[in-house]
Design a protein around this ligand. Structure first.
Ligand SMILES: Cc1cc2nc3c(=O)[nH]c(=O)nc-3n(C[C@H](O)[C@H](O)[C@H](O)COP(=O)(O)O)c2cc1C
Length: 359
């Protein structure tokens, strides 16, 4: 397996740790993944929530400040590592978080949950920061590349193709299409790769995300045309993951049937453990009648109190309340058997390669 070069940054292994919002991938997980030779990603969504900087009323001040703290933590673990930030376009403070990422030393920006059309302008003073959109269709990749190229001459440094049939968290596909069999992850990977080559003459890395758990999954992704993989769920049951022990244990204890789809108040489907959905909504009916942060640009909870507050539900789970908290996960979460260190995960994924090289 080759190294993974994105922009100017070269990772030893072709693995990006997927950003996991509301403090599942904070500075600890991102730092340890980077230390082991992957690309570590701090997710920005809801970072303020479990931060000492958040007073309950200063969400939009605390959020970028909390991000810089997490980046500092990640770099204290892996001073020379490749550490990036995942910023969802759907967040109300998208622009502020992009700025804070650059100021905090992020080497990559990975942006999905919407099309990051303004990313090159927002980062024009930081040309070494690699820009990586997340898409689920070749059409989305085309729209982004055309807009960036026309506006600034910039192209994506890599593209993550996220498979709505397997990935965790918010998904970029209509609910009724997910699991219908119409989606082909690796066809989309190859189409994005071919489009960038034929339209712009560039060979940028295209990264497959969703459903990748072990070494055979990585080898399959590479054989099917991907240049690397983005793995999220696999890194949840690790010692260094920033989630509570109960969150990690929920992965270990769950079965395939516990994993399902919800409709998020953000207007997107999401994949999660679904058995406690009624408890999540009941919690909000009883305890938090109104939106207090405005964290998402569009949110049915903010606008009409419909469903539940997703950032608070994710935050409760992150802190260990897995009864009324929401646990996002990919379809593979049931494969978790024990809590490992990030190094053990990397050993399992790449030790055979190291042994071969040494022989
Ligand atoms: C707990 C959890 C939280 C997630 N949060 C985010 C997020 O904040 N932003 C984002 O772009 N993707 C998010 N994702 C998606 C992952 O980054 C990743 O692309 C996807 O889960 C890959 O599939 P896998 O979990 O099967 O490896 C999340 C996934 C999980 C499991």
């Amino acid at each position: 397996m080759a190294n993974l070069q994105i922009g100017k940054h070269i990772a030893r292994y072709p693995v990006i740790q997927g950003g996991m919002g509301v403090r599942i991938s904070g500075g600890s997980l991102a730092g340890h993944v980077a230390l082991c030779g992957g690309i570590g990603i701090v997710a920005t969504a809801g970072l303020a929530m479990n931060s000492p900087l958040f007073t309950g009323r200063n969400y939009f001040q605390a959020d970028p400040a909390a991000l810089k703290e997490e980046l500092k933590k990640a770099y204290s673990i892996a001073p020379d590592g490749i550490i990036g930030v995942n910023v969802m376009v759907a967040l109300s403070d998208f622009e502020a978080l992009v700025r804070a990422s650059v100021e905090g030393g992020a080497k990559l920006l990975i942006c999905g949950a919407g099309l990051p059309m303004t990313l090159p302008e927002l980062t024009s003073d930081a040309p070494d920061v690699a820009l990586v959109p997340i898409v689920s269709s070749v059409r989305a990749a085309q729209l982004i590349a055309k807009k960036w190229h026309r506006g600034t001459g910039r192209l994506p440094d890599a593209v993550v193709v996220e498979d709505p049939d397997t990935a965790g968290g918010h998904l970029g596909e209509k609910l009724e299409n997910i699991g219908s069999g119409i989606y082909d992850q690796y066809k989309t990977v190859r189409e994005v790769k071919n489009f960038m080559k034929s339209e712009y003459g560039v060979n940028i890395p295209v990264i497959a995300a969703g459903g990748i758990w072990d070494r055979p999954d990585i080898l399959n992704a590479l054989a099917q045309g991907a240049d690397g993989v983005q793995m999220a769920s696999r890194f949840v049951p690790t010692v260094e993951c920033d989630a509570s022990e109960s969150f990690k244990k929920a992965y270990i204890d769950c079965s395939k049937e516990d994993i399902g789809l919800i409709m998020s108040p953000a207007g997107l489907p999401g994949r999660a453990l679904v058995a406690n959905l009624e408890d999540i909504m009941e919690y909000d009916r009883a305890n938090s009648p109104a939106c207090s942060t405005g964290c998402l640009k569009k949110c049915t909870y903010k606008e009409s109190g419909e469903r539940f507050c997703i950032v608070k539900a994710l935050d409760r789970a992150q802190r260990g309340d897995v009864r009324t908290g929401l646990i996002f996960c990919g379809t593979n979460a049931y494969r978790a058997e024990r809590i490992e260190t990030v190094q053990e995960v990397f050993d399992e994924l790449f030790q055979a390669q190291e042994d071969e090289a040494a022989a």
